[in-house]
Design a protein around this ligand. Structure first.
Ligand SMILES: [Zn+2]
Length: 174
C-alpha cells in the first residue's frame, strides 16, 4: 500500500480496520491485504480495494460496509465529502499480502495461514494451528469456502482448516 499522507487518509485507514470479510469476520480487510489505496483530496475520498477469492455477495457487503463506516467517520471533517470505493484486479491480490497480524488471527481461529512468501507452483506445507505439528493429513480439499481446505492433525487429533496459498488469483480457475 502507498504511504498514508494526511490525517484524513489516516482516519479512513483506521476505520477500514473495522471492516471484515463476512466469510472471515475475525480479520480486517486491512490485515487481509485488500486495501491498496486510500486517497483524500479536496472533497473526495477514494478507496481502492483488491478482491480476494470471496464471491460477489461478500464483496458487495464489504463495499457497503466501507461506505457506511467511512461516511460516518468523516462526516465530522466535512459533510460534503464524496466517497468512492472501487474494486480493482491491478495489482492482483495474493495471500502474500496478508499481514503478520492477519496470519496470527487466522491461526487463533483454527485456520492455518498460507505461507508468508508463496511462489506459484511451490509445494505448500501446512502447520497445525493448535500444536504446530506438520504431521497433518488432508481430509477434504474443498472446505467451507473454495479457498479453504479441511485437514486433520495426526499429532493432537484436531481437525482444522487451512487457507490455500494463492500467488496468482487465476490459479483457482486453472
Ligand atoms: Zn495439532
Amino acid at each position: 500500500m502507498q504511504k498514508v499522507q494526511s490525517d484524513l487518509e489516516e482516519e479512513v485507514l483506521h476505520v477500514l480496520q473495522d471492516v471484515t470479510d463476512p466469510e472471515m469476520p475475525f480479520i480486517s480487510i486491512v490485515d487481509l491485504g485488500m486495501v491498496e489505496k486510500v486517497e483524500a483530496e479536496d472533497y473526495h475520498v477514494f478507496v481502492k480495494l483488491l478482491p480476494t477469492f470471496s464471491g460477489c455477495p461478500a464483496l458487495d457487503m464489504i463495499k457497503g460496509d466501507v461506505l457506511e463506516k467511512v461516511r460516518k467517520a468523516i462526516s465530522k471533517w466535512n459533510e460534503s465529502l464524496d466517497i468512492q470505493v472501487e474494486f480493482s484486479f491491478h495489482p492482483p491480490w495474493t495471500t502474500n499480502r496478508i499481514s503478520e497480524e492477519g496470519r496470527k488471527k487466522l491461526n487463533l481461529n483454527g485456520i492455518s495461514p498460507p505461507p508468508a512468501e508463496h511462489k506459484h507452483g511451490e509445494p505448500w506445507e501446512v502447520d497445525c494451528p493448535y500444536c504446530g505439528s506438520t504431521y497433518v493429513t488432508m481430509e477434504n480439499i474443498f472446505g467451507p469456502t473454495a479457498c479453504r481446505s479441511i485437514l486433520y492433525c495426526d499429532e493432537c487429533n484436531n481437525p482444522f482448516e487451512a487457507m490455500k496459498p494463492i500467488a496468482n488469483l487465476n490459479e483457482k480457475v486453472e
